[in-house]
Design a binder for this molecule. Structure first.
Ligand SMILES: *[C@@H]1O[C@H](CO)[C@@H](O)[C@H](O)[C@H]1NC(C)=O
Ligand SMILES: *[C@@H]1O[C@H](CO)[C@@H](O)[C@H](O)[C@H]1NC(C)=O
Ligand SMILES: *[C@@H]1O[C@H](CO)[C@@H](O)[C@H](O)[C@H]1NC(C)=O
Ligand SMILES: *[C@@H]1O[C@H](CO)[C@@H](O)[C@H](O)[C@H]1NC(C)=O
Ligand SMILES: *[C@@H]1O[C@H](CO)[C@@H](O)[C@H](O)[C@H]1NC(C)=O
Length: 371
C-alpha cells in the first residue's frame, strides 16, 4: 500500500466525518481545505457556512466559487487568518474576467484598487514592444492594459480605448506603472464579515453557535476532528507496516500543508509590507521642440549596448530595447529612453523620468556614442 492510498483513506474518512459535523472538507486530495465561513455544497450541511460563502467542486475536483454577477472562479487558496481568497480563471484569461467583474451581491471586496485603461491597438504597431494581453489579442488587434494616464495619452493616436475601470489589484498601487502583466496573476479578494481574524490568529476556529443560531462562536479545539480520523484509521487497519506508512504520509501531508500555508502567508506578507512611496508632485512645464531635438539621438546597434547608467528596458513604456530602435539621451544624467516615449514625456514634464533632473538646453553635449 503506497502513500497515495493511505492519503486517500485519510481523505475518505475526512469526508465521512465532514458529513456528520463541520470539520474540514476538500474537493480533491491536494485541494484547498474548506471550513467556516466557507462550506462545500453537498459535503457539509448548510449551517457549516456563512451565507454567500458556498463553494462547490467541478468535475476535475477543483474548488469553485460562484460570484452572483461574474460567474465561476476557481479557488487557488484561502487564507482564513488574513481573510483572503485567491481566485483564478479556468480559461486562463483573468483580464477578460476583470473587464466584466462586479462584486456586488457577494461578501467579497478587493484588497487594493487600481484604475486600468484597456487599449486596443493594431498588432503591427505594437509588435514585440509592449507586453500585450495574449488571450484578448489576435493577429490584427493587440490589447494592452495600463494604469498610466501618460501612456494612454502617448498611444491615443494609434489605439482605441476599450474602457477604463477600477479593478481589484492584489498588489499595492504604485504611483507610476507601465503596462501591466500583473493583471494575469490571481485575483485576490478579502471579506470583512464574519470577522474571525482575531479567533484564527489565536489558533481558534469560527463557527455558528449551535444549529439555528446566527451567532458566531470561536472554538479552541480545532484539532479534535483530525485526531479522531487518524484513530479510526489505526483501529480499522492495525497493521504495523501501515502504521509506519501512515506516519510518513501524515508528516508528508503536514509538510505540504505547511509549505503551502507559508507560501501563501509569505506572499501576503510581502504584498502587505511593500512600501508605497508617493512621489512628490513636481509642477514643471514641458520642454519645447527645439530643446528636445537638441538632445542626442542614437540608433541601437546589434549589441544593444547603451552608454551611461542604462538597463535593457525603457523606463517609460517598460518594454525592452531592440536593435535598430531610436533612443534619445538626456544630457544631464545620460539616461536613455525610446525617442518617441521620451519626446512625449518631455513635452509634458521637463525632467528626466528616472532621476527627475532637469535638462538645460545649455548643457547639450556632442559626445560620440559607440554602439
Ligand atoms: C453590478 O450588478 C448590479 C446588479 O446587476 C448592478 O446594479 C450594478 O450597477 C453593477 N455594478 C457595476 C459597476 O456594473
Ligand atoms: C479612478 O478613477 C476615478 C475617475 O477618474 C477616480 O475618481 C478615482 O479616484 C480613481 N481611483 C483610484 C484608486 O485611482
Ligand atoms: C481580431 O479581433 C478583433 C476584435 O476582437 C476582430 O474585430 C477581428 O475580426 C479579429 N481578427 C482576426 C483575424 O481574428
Ligand atoms: C483557548 O483555551 C485557553 C484555555 O481554556 C484560553 O486561555 C484561550 O484564550 C483560548 N483561545 C481561544 C482562541 O479561545
Ligand atoms: C439541527 O437541525 C436539524 C434540522 O434542521 C435537526 O434534524 C437536528 O436534530 C438539529 N441538531 C441539533 C443538535 O439540534
Amino acid at each position: 500500500m503506497g502513500i497515495l492510498e493511505v492519503l486517500f483513506l485519510i481523505k475518505l474518512l475526512r469526508f465521512m466525518n465532514a458529513a456528520a459535523d463541520c470539520s474540514i472538507s476538500a474537493c480533491g486530495i491536494d485541494d484547498v481545505p474548506v471550513r467556516f465561513p466557507f462550506r462545500l455544497q453537498g459535503n457539509q450541511p448548510r449551517n457549516c457556512g456563512y451565507p454567500g460563502f458556498d463553494l462547490s467542486c467541478n468535475n476535475r475536483r477543483t474548488t469553485v466559487l460562484k460570484l452572483p454577477h461574474s460567474g465561476d472562479f476557481l479557488v487557488r487558496d484561502i487564507d482564513y487568518r488574513t481573510q483572503q481568497i485567491q481566485l483564478y480563471d479556468k480559461d486562463n484569461c483573468l483580464p477578460k474576467r476583470l473587464l466584466q467583474l462586479n462584486l456586488s451581491g457577494s461578501p467579497f471586496a478587493a484588497v487594493f484598487h487600481q484604475n486600468y485603461t484597456f487599449l486596443s491597438c493594431p498588432t503591427q504597431f505594437v509588435m514585440s514592444r509592449f507586453p500585450i494581453i495574449d488571450c484578448l489579442s489576435n493577429s490584427t488587434i493587440s490589447v494592452l492594459a495600463t494604469s498610466s494616464t501618460f501612456l494612454v495619452t502617448l498611444l491615443s493616436s494609434l489605439c482605441d480605448v476599450i474602457s477604463t475601470l477600477l479593478i481589484p489589484a492584489s498588489w499595492p498601487v504604485q504611483h507610476y506603472e507601465g503596462f501591466s502583466s500583473k493583471l494575469s496573476e490571481d485575483l485576490l479578494l478579502t471579506w470583512f464579515s464574519p470577522d474571525c481574524h482575531q479567533c484564527e490568529t489565536h489558533g481558534g476556529t469560527c463557527g455558528f453557535h449551535g444549529n439555528a443560531s446566527q451567532e458566531i462562536l470561536c472554538s479552541n479545539n480545532s484539532h479534535r476532528g483530525n485526531s479522531r480520523q487518524v484513530g479510526i484509521l489505526f483501529v480499522s487497519i492495525g497493521i504495523p507496516v501501515l502504521v509506519c506508512a501512515c506516519g510518513m504520509a501524515i508528516s508528508a501531508y503536514l509538510m505540504i500543508w505547511h509549505a503551502r500555508r507559508n507560501a501563501v502567508s509569505n506572499t501576503q506578507r510581502n504584498t502587505a509590507t511593500a512600501t508605497v512611496s508617493p512621489r512628490p508632485t513636481i509642477l514643471v512645464m514641458g520642454l519645447d521642440e527645439s530643446t528636445i531635438e537638441s538632445f542626442d539621438k542614437l540608433v541601437l546597434g546589434e549589441s544593444k549596448r547603451l552608454p551611461g547608467p542604462n538597463g535593457s528596458t525603457c523606463a517609460i513604456c517598460l518594454s525592452e530595447y531592440n536593435s535598430k530602435e531610436t533612443l534619445r539621451m538626456i544630457p544631464e544624467c545620460k539616461h536613455c529612453f525610446h525617442a518617441d516615449c521620451v519626446d512625449e514625456w518631455l513635452r509634458m514634464n521637463g525632467t528626466c523620468p528616472v532621476c527627475r533632473k532637469s535638462p538645460s538646453p545649455a548643457h547639450v553635449t556632442s559626445s560620440n556614442i559607440s554602439h
